[in-house]
Every structure is written in C-alpha cells, then in structure tokens.
Design a protein around this ligand. Sequence first.
Ligand code: SF4
Ligand code: SF4
Length: 149
Amino acid sequence: MLEKEFWKNKSLDAFTHEEWEALCDGCGLCCLIKIMDEGGEEVFYTDVVCRYHDSQECRCTVYGERTKLVPTCLVVTPDIADSVEWIPETCAYRLLAEGKPLPAWHPLVAGSTELMHSRGNSVKGRVISEVRIPESRLEEHIIFIWNEA
Ligand code: SF4
Ligand code: SF4
C-alpha cells in the first residue's frame, strides 16, 4: 500500500522498490530507439519503438525479463536519474532528481493514465515498431535531437 503523495520530500534512494516502480508513468518515451553519436554528445530520438513495446496499450510486454531480452533497455536507477542527461525531460525519475514536482498529468497525481495519453505525453499510438523499420532507414525517423551543448 502506497502512502499518499509518498514521492514528496524524499531523496531518490529512499524509495522502496514498490514506490520506485509506481513512480514510472509508463509513458514509453525511454523505449524509443535512439541513435547515439560516438562521443555520446548527441542523442537522436526516433519515433521507432522497441519491438517489445505494445504501442496501443502503451506498455512493455516483457517487463520481467526486459534486461535479458534487450540489453540496451534503460532501467532507471537513482544514479542514472541523477546523471544521464538525455533521459526524457518528462521522465518522473528525472523530474524528481532535478527537485521538480510530478506534473498534473502524471498518473499518480491525475489518478489514471488518461490525461497523460490524451496530452501526448506518452508514445501511445504514435510510434512504429522497430520490427517494421530496417536499421538503414532509422535516420529518416529522427524526431528530436538531444545535444550536450
Ligand atoms: S521515461 Fe521514465 S517515467 Fe517514462 S516510462 Fe521511461 S522510466 Fe518510466
Ligand atoms: S524491453 Fe520493454 S521496457 Fe525495455 S525498451 Fe523494450 S519495451 Fe521498453
């Protein structure tokens, strides 16, 4: 059972496993296929999503074994939330790491995922599975560039 507004006034490493999992809004933005330059200074986000993402339901279909099946799957930890700069700006873990509040559309605040999806804060229904896009055409699907500078 989660306490009301448990995410407030708590450091990232003080969350229980259950609380940490509940913080994930399920937006799927971290499941987008990214192209990284060699130095890691630029990260190109595409509208192509991991083969295991169900974009209609907006969920990972292999959550329990995701790291085994997808070695590049981003499992956010307190350290990663605090140090990896190209994590999606709206990611709940990143927001908390930056000392920001959860937005009104976050399912924990809004009470459901409806607002998040209707506002376009998730990938629901807006992405193409990587099984349909050959790697050679990935660059045509770039939608956003994160630049370190
Ligand atoms: S971007 Fe963050 S909040 Fe969204 S699904 Fe990924 S880990 Fe969860
Ligand atoms: S394995 Fe699941 S959580 Fe990991 S990138 Fe793919 S869909 Fe997302």
